[in-house]
Design a protein around this ligand. Sequence first.
Ligand code: TMP
Ligand code: ASP
Length: 238
Amino acid sequence: MEKRELMYEGKAKKVFKTDDPEVLIVDYKDDATAFNGLKKGSIEGKGVINNKMSNIMMQGLEKKGVPTHFIEELSDRETAVKKVTILPLEVIIRNISAGSFSKRYGVEEGIVFENPTIEFSYKNDELGDPLLNDDHALALKLCTKEELETVKKYAFTVNDFLKEVWKKCGVTLVDFKIEFGKLSDGTIVLADEISPDTCRLWDSETGKKLDKDRFRRDLGNTEEAYIEVMDRLVNSLK
Ligand code: TMP
Ligand code: ASP
């Protein structure tokens, strides 16, 4: 497979075309942003960790019946993925209150929910990714009813899988954001990434934050936290 021209550069990744029109190469950067790009910085080594972690999770999810964009890890930072049209929906699952949930509803962080919650945001930076319900997503024609049902079913499977994987690492999965895409034949697949950028991960014993909140909230030792969760994940798979 031959890497061709840059197709798109996002906040944390570059996407390149290849000689195969159905295949793209994702190249993970160390750049980090928060609050819709207002805060900018970098987390050294993050690209390597997010690439590897995302690929481990996606391969595990394939085995659980969730189709993903993953094809092949090409290098420390590069992965071949299936070309998709991203559904303009951010899908967020929460097991414990934190972040914007706590802010919006005026509750403390750390309340363990009896059942996980799902919510959607309209993937639109100009509008600041506003919260959406199912009917809004359908009214805006962001996806079809069937696609929405598929997305929800897959999202809860992703939650069950990730919770289990992280539990074995002594890590509590608080919440996460995923994105789905559509292949040219219409199949919905999990796309984007699963990493400490997109999940809240707390040490199960101490509650220490092992994710991007360290960067968002200037808690320090962000690089170390990324290395620690990645090490725990790799060791749990041995
Ligand atoms: P929130 O509490 O800020 O809404 O975030 C919920 C989860 O989604 C959290 O694990 C972080 C992740 N997330 C992203 O991956 N990208 C984003 O742009 C935002 C706002 C959150
Ligand atoms: N990546 C997002 C941004 O820059 C926000 C976040 O992850 O907090 O806006």
